[in-house]
Design a protein around this ligand. Structure first.
Ligand code: NI
Length: 265
């Protein structure tokens, strides 16, 4: 018993010391572990309303602003960058193909510019009248398709004046827009009415082929906003191509105007 008693006392004391140590250590650990959580929670609460919400609101405003700008930009682009294009037809009127073209343009509510040859007008007066009535612009392509630069000033003026007189008899208007055959124009030409030479931007050389899709492809590959497209209403393939071009460009958002709208700006 003498040996056991001190062992029991020692064990009890050790146990007490251990218990004290455990007791001290436990609460400290709890506080130590919880304190940061509380601190974090406080920060989180603080952060949520002040930081996160603000950021969210700012972010929303920015998003809305960007979208607003984009929407505004799109609207401006639509208004400022209307894709306009002018179809022009030389060498008519043709008694069959020009009528077919006018029918097709009327169906699509599209206006074009016709540079007519004077000698093709007699017998086709109704076609000229119809062009005018349906809002097309009638221009001048000389009387018998001559190269202006090969002529004297007098002869050159006679070519355009004779054609203009025939048109004026039908429509009451002069043909102030002139497309010089072969694109050759002389600037010193002063005839009895004001003349504005009109060349072109896109020339698919439609008169060199009967292949409609070739003509369509050549135009669609080259065309850009505000371009003037050169075609001839004297060939059926050109007329068929023209109407397909109208449909394709309409789908691309192009609006068809007469050349005066592109030139007079
Ligand atoms: Ni011509």
């Amino acid at each position: 018993m003498k040996k056991i008693f001190p062992m029991i006392v020692f064990s009890c004391m050790t146990a007490v010391v251990l218990l004290i140590c455990i007791y001290r250590s436990l609460p400290r650990e709890d506080v130590a572990e919880k304190a940061p959580e509380v601190a974090d929670a406080t920060m989180a609460v603080d952060a949520t309303p002040e930081t996160d919400t603000t950021v969210e609101i700012d972010a929303m405003s920015e998003t809305e602003a960007v979208q607003g700008k984009e929407v505004a930009g799109e609207t401006e682009a639509t208004q400022d960058e209307t894709r306009r294009v002018a179809l022009t037809f030389d060498d008519g009127p043709h008694p069959v193909y020009t009528v077919k073209l006018l029918d097709g343009l009327a169906e699509r509510d599209v206006q074009a510019t016709f540079f007519v040859i004077g000698e093709n007008i007699p017998g086709n007066e109704e076609i000229i009248a119809r062009m005018d009535q349906e809002g097309h612009l009638i221009g001048n392509h000389t009387y018998d398709h001559v190269k202006i630069t090969d002529l004297s000033v007098e002869d050159a003026c006679e070519q355009v004046e004779k054609t203009s007189a025939l048109v004026k008899e039908i429509t009451g208007k002069d043909t102030e827009y002139v497309r010089p055959p072969f694109g050759s124009w002389r600037k010193d030409l002063e005839c009895s009415f004001e003349m504005i030479p009109v060349l072109w931007d896109v020339d698919p050389l439609d008169w060199t082929t009967c292949n409609v899709s070739d003509v369509v492809r050549r135009v669609l590959e080259a065309v850009e906003p505000d371009d003037i497209i050169l075609l001839h209403d004297y060939y059926e393939s050109s007329v068929d191509a023209a109407l397909l071009i109208v449909d394709a460009l309409t789908e691309q958002g192009y609006v068809f105007v007469t050349v005066d709208e592109l030139i007079l700006e």
